[in-house]
Ligand binder design. Structure first.
Ligand SMILES: [Zn+2]
Length: 128
């Protein structure tokens, strides 16, 4: 992966985290529950720091999909730092560019992701 590709991926991931942070905050506020509204106040605007841990006790039904995506984004940024970004977590093959473009926090190639979703009853992740 070139320096430029890495830079692009990082920008994309940071953007994505910002969007997710906003959506999570909106969902928390919209819930009308004081505890969640308090929590929403702690979600940073720019999303520059990891705050997934803040949301550990958020009602699963509320913002769960976004919280999960946020954790994936954080994990992707960590992989970027470790120079492992863009490789399938399971089989190690490079994840196709088109998939990474549409879903920058993708952790697995399509075959591995499909196998996981169908094999272990995990929460379905967005797919191309
Ligand atoms: Zn794979």
């Amino acid at each position: 992966m070139t320096h430029e590709q890495r830079h692009k991926a990082r920008t994309q991931l940071v953007d994505r985290r910002r969007t997710l942070a906003r959506e999570i905050r909106d969902a928390l506020v919209a819930s009308g529950e004081q505890h969640f509204i308090d929590l929403a106040g702690q979600v940073p605007d720019a999303g520059e720091t990891s705050f997934a841990h803040l949301l550990a006790d958020v009602d699963a039904a509320l913002a769960d999909r976004h919280v999960q995506a946020l954790r994936d984004v954080d994990a992707a940024l960590a992989r970027l730092d470790a120079d492992e970004y863009g490789q399938c977590e399971d089989c190690g093959t490079p994840i196709p560019d088109a998939r990474l473009k549409a879903w920058p926090e993708a952790r697995r190639c399509v075959p591995c992701q499909t196998r996981l979703e169908h094999g272990h009853g995990m929460i379905a992740a967005p797919r191309l």
